[in-house]
Ligand binder design. Structure first.
Ligand SMILES: Nc1ncnc2c1ncn2[C@@H]1O[C@H](COP(=O)(O)OP(=O)(O)OP(=O)(O)O)[C@@H](O)[C@H]1O
Length: 554
């Protein structure tokens, strides 16, 4: 997958592998949270489209790509993004420029005669780990499946390096790889390879070990999910058991615990794995649009429906539809969803005939759905239809050993390529003592922030570990109306107050002036300064004119 590499003062600090949609901004709800008041909460989104990777500005003021602010831009390899105090470089997976100057690490003395001690090579790639024995003839490591030690990593060359006996020692030889082989940050072409020294190639790592060394305790990965915790292992087993069935599954767990990863794992373990996986976040879509999002609409079905549009159910045909935050589904839509589940057919808004679909539903919620049923906010019949198999994902603070395992994994994934960063014991202790209200997503953000603010040296100390309470973070695009001030600067508080007021008042500036009792000129200045021109304004509606003087307060 392509990645964004973040730089400050020319130094690479952080590497983020792009998913289909990666949000960048100052808010903790973003996939990359950059603590800089010059950035909007969600500054921009990098998304995959049929014709490549695109940056979409979400601040309203434009995001600089190649030095010029843009609303949208297709990202070519090497595209340069300016994000507050940071620059980010877009790297397509293939053809990455080689790193800094090459170093040849050599043994200073002659190798002892005879055969080197029996060894095995530990390979770490994509969150998985395995070992291969190293024979006297040597082993070739590379992406090509015919290698002795194949590694599935986009940045590893087909035949990347060889580990071979040189006299009585083991050595490595880079076989002319595109992206290089690194030891402690230095690119190497030939080097003696002692036991226990990590070698980086692409996003993978190899370590030579004595053949008979005991297996180190390690975190197990299941479909990309890292965990050592017993309750999580049980949940993985449940996924293995119910994945191949057609049973409707609802995943229950706090925000950021990995519910979407569980849904993807269920899809990957089902007979539908070659079909589409379509996620829909029921809380992120305006109530008026959710029916057409789910079921589609015919041309002219309502004003603004200029073209026919397939809904998520049709898109997920022969695959899995992931209904995230199902607890937020409006009551009046619930019977329609129930009908689709019972009959296996959907009717686009404005259509006269239904369409047959074959969709497996996986739902998720952070709410107590039973309590929602008792309170009359969720239909009981729909609850039983969706919740045939409930899977509960425990919060991070209750998982034994996971903070350390995840912190190490996220660090290895996000550290600049070829730099073997590690946590100091004090930093790990600080991470383990925290209660993680935002769960794994928050931990990932804290790791990224630690990389952005790390000091000199390869060990990351406790000062780089800082927490921000994500419970307070309003969801991106949500119709939040509460201002949480903890951890915000005065400027951020003012910006949030104006932003939320614009949302409450559907973009009407005169109403903001009245509500916040501040001068019209201040409101207008701040809107311009922070790019809030479109905030709260319903799509398609003309911008609000300047408020008239009657509305002025100060
Ligand atoms: N066990 C895990 N191992 C590795 N990464 C994880 C794990 N659990 C979660 N993540 C990562 O944490 C982030 C949040 O996960 P995810 O979106 O699945 O959570 P969620 O419970 O669906 O959140 P929300 O309730 O906000 O929708 C993602 O980047 C995901 O890749």
């Amino acid at each position: 997958m392509p990645e964004l590499a973040f730089f400050r003062h020319g130094e690479e600090l952080l590497r983020v592998t792009l998913t289909d949609r990666t949000a960048l901004g100052s808010g903790p709800e973003c996939d990359v949270s950059l603590p800089d008041p010059a950035l909007a909460r969600v500054q921009a989104v990098v998304e995959r489209r049929a014709d490549g990777w695109w940056l979409v500005d979400r601040s309203g003021a434009g995001t600089a790509v190649g030095g010029a602010p843009v609303r949208e831009a297709r990202l070519g390899d090497g595209a340069d993004l300016a994000l507050g105090a940071w620059r980010a470089l877009f790297r397509a997976a293939e053809g990455v420029a080689p790193g800094a100057g090459e170093t040849r690490l050599r043994a200073h003395d002659e190798p002892p005669a005879g055969a080197p001690p029996p060894a095995r090579l530990r390979l770490r790639a994509g969150g998985r780990e395995r070992t291969v024995p190293v024979t006297a003839a040597g082993v070739v490591v590379g992406k090509d499946p015919t290698c002795d030690a194949p590694l599935d990593d986009a940045f590893v060359s087909a035949r990347h390096l060889r580990v071979e006996a040189r006299g009585g020692r083991w050595a490595l030889v880079d076989l002319g790889s595109t992206n290089g082989t690194f030891i402690s940050g230095a690119r190497v072409t030939r080097a003696e390879l002692p036991f226990g020294l990590p070698v980086q190639l692409g996003d993978a790592e190899i370590v030579l070990e004595p053949r008979e060394a005991p297996e180190p305790a390690r975190a197990e990965a299941f479909e990309g999910m890292i965990s050592r915790d017993a309750a999580m292992r049980q949940a993985f087993e449940l996924v293995e058991r119910v994945g191949p069935s057609e049973a409707a599954v609802t995943i229950l767990g706090e925000t950021g615990t990995g519910k979407e990863l569980f849904a993807r794992a269920l899809h990957a373990r089902s007979a539908r794995r070659d079909g589409p996986f379509i996620p829909v976040n029921c809380s992120a879509i305006a109530e008026t649009l959710i029916e057409s999002e789910l079921f589609g609409h015919e041309k002219g079905a309502f004003s603004g429906a200029e073209r026919m549009r397939k809904g998520a159910f049709e898109e997920a045909d022969r695959g899995t539809l992931f209904l995230d935050e199902i607890g937020e589904l409006p009551l009046d839509l619930q019977p329609k969803l129930l009908r689709v589940l019972e009959l296996g057919e959907v009717k686009r808004v404005g259509a006269s005939r239904p369409i047959q679909v074959s969709v497996r539903i996986v739902a998720a919620t952070h709410r107590d759905l039973r309590a929602q049923v008792r309170a009359g906010r969720f239909r009981e019949d729909l609850f039983y239809r969706l919740c045939v198999v409930p899977i509960t994902v425990p919060p991070l603070r209750r998982r034994a050993g996971d903070v350390r395992a995840l912190a190490e994994t996220f660090l290895a994934r996000a550290a600049p390529r070829g730099v073997a960063l590690r946590w100091s014991e004090e930093a790990l202790a600080k991470l383990e003592a925290y209660d993680w209200p935002g769960n794994v997503r928050q931990l990932r953000n804290v790791v990224q922030r630690a990389l952005l603010f790390r000091g000199e040296g390869l060990a990351i100390g406790p000062a780089a570990v800082t927490f921000e309470d994500t419970r307070a973070a309003p969801a991106d695009g949500g119709d939040d109306d509460t201002l949480y001030v903890r951890g915000l600067t005065l400027e951020e508080i003012e910006r949030e107050a104006i932003r939320l007021s614009l949302r409450r008042n559907r973009g009407k500036r005169a109403a903001v002036v009245k509500e916040l009792r501040i001068a019209k000129s201040t409101v207008m200045k701040r809107i311009g300064q922070w790019g809030l021109h479109d905030e709260g304004r319903p799509p398609g509606e003309a911008p609000d004119p300047e408020p008239d003087d009657e509305a002025e307060v100060a």
